[in-house]
Design a binder for this molecule. Structure first.
Ligand SMILES: Nc1ncnc2c1ncn2[C@@H]1O[C@H](COP(=O)(O)OP(=O)(O)OP(=O)(O)O)[C@@H](O)[C@H]1O
Ligand SMILES: O=P(O)(O)OC[C@H]1O[C@](O)(CO)[C@@H](O)[C@@H]1O
Length: 368
């Protein structure tokens, strides 16, 4: 995220002579609850080597009228700030670059439509960012590769721990609310995983073809096993109160229960029931936020730079209401409306998911 912001500023400053560039802090609420922060390449030195987001972020706080009023009030559509840009794109005088996941893109679409409704001279650009890689149409979101690299470290640690104990299961929970992209890629690349559980595939624990039967065989054969579970997987199997069913985060997303802790408990109950006198242990690793908090790796940093500069060139060329991203490796300007509606999930019926099942030999849990 920091690399994208830095490169947006560098591109605007160095390539187009723009000098009035501001950062909005704390997510959408920052438009109306915080003063914008003036940005320049000099003050952003080293941002691309920092994890998280220096401008802070938050969930919720989306008030369309307050946000667009702020854009008008702060003069993001004023003509006086862009003397050089005036000659380049007389139609689009102000610019708003909105960086975030699928929810952010839906918000960006609402902002774009309101700006069009008010006939403001403001270009709106969406830049997809989420480790979950759940933004549709584009090949991938930046951050995914970095998250997969970190996830591999957790999986490797789980494998070492499981190998080092008697009848041990290494259990790793990874990020991914609606899609198991991180777990999917980390499973294929780490090669230490015996079972990868993602939101896109149902699974069951007991009985023939279930997880327990599979793990029983693995423990007999190898003495250890590694299970990777995505935070959004198995949510419908975890008992919850009526209040928990209704709980939402500030953005309105349902709040998940901890599938990792639940699975650890279920594994222990299973073994105590079926093997009461045998040693057994579950080594549970939850690197959830760690895989998101690290600085972008080289691949993602390069991607961020290209995304940021392509976005600047697009809006300077007069485009608005678009998302910049690669489609089959070619950078494209995609209508915000298309991206805001599209989801990117693991297709469990295609060849790539078959690779996972061939690498792990895990059960198909009754779904091919
Ligand atoms: N349909 C929508 N219309 C307007 N604003 C939205 C919509 N959905 C989400 N938002 C706003 O977009 C912001 C980000 O949404 P959310 O918290 O769901 O994260 P996200 O962008 O999906 O990223 P992540 O992948 O990290 O969850 C929040 O401020 C939320 O209020
Ligand atoms: O720290 P927060 O705001 O709860 O975000 C966690 C969520 O954000 C994501 O990392 C997506 O960015 C999800 O995978 C995860 O559930």
């Amino acid at each position: 995220m920091n690399t994208v912001i830095k490169e947006l500023v560098v591109g605007l400053w160095e390539l187009y002579g723009v000098r009035q560039i501001y950062g909005i802090q704390a997510g959408y609420r920052g438009f109306y609850s915080r003063e914008p922060v003036q940005l320049s390449p000099k003050m952003m030195h080293g941002w691309h080597k920092r994890g998280g987001t220096v401008l802070e972020t938050s969930r919720g706080g989306f008030d369309l009228n307050k946000i667009v009023d702020a854009i008008q009030h702060h003069g993001f559509n004023q003509e006086s700030w862009y003397p050089l840009v005036l000659e380049l794109c007389s139609e689009i005088l102000g610019q708003v670059y909105i960086i975030g996941g699928d929810g952010t893109m839906r918000g960006a679409l609402e902002i774009f439509n309101e700006i069009q409704q008010r006939k403001l001279h403001v270009g709106v650009v969406g830049i997809p960012k989420t480790v979950d890689n759940d933004v549709g149409i584009i090949d991938r979101s930046f951050g995914l590769q970095t998250a997969v690299e970190m996830a591999q470290q957790a999986i490797s640690a789980a494998h070492v721990e499981a190998e080092s104990a008697v009848n041990a299961i290494g259990l790793v929970k990874l990020m991914g609310r609606s899609t198991g992209q991180i777990a999917f890629h980390a499973t294929l690349s780490s090669r230490d995983v015996d079972c990868c559980l993602i939101p896109e595939t149902e699974f069951y624990l007991e009985g023939k073809g279930g997880l327990f039967e599979f793990l029983e065989d693995r423990l007999k054969e190898n003495g250890h096993a590694v299970v990777v579970v995505t935070e959004g997987a198995g949510q419908d199997m975890i008992p919850r109160t009526d209040a928990q069913k209704e709980e939402r985060d500030e953005s309105g997303n349902s709040v998940f229960l901890d599938v990792g802790s639940w699975m650890k408990s279920e594994l222990k109950k299973w073994w105590d029931r079926d093997h009461p006198d045998e040693l057994f242990t579950v080594k549970y690793i939850d690197p959830t936020h760690m895989i998101r908090a690290v600085p972008a790796n080289a691949t993602d940093n390069l991607y961020c730079t290209l995304l940021a500069h392509s976005s600047v060139h697009g809006v300077m060329a007069g485009y608005t209401g678009f998302v910049c991203g690669p489609i089959n490796g070619n950078y494209a300007y995609i209508p915000l409306e298309e991206v805001a509606q599209a989801k990117h999930e693991v297709n469990t019926r295609d060849h790539k998911w078959t690779w996972v099942r061939s690498v792990t030999n895990q059960p198909d849990f009754g779904k091919s």
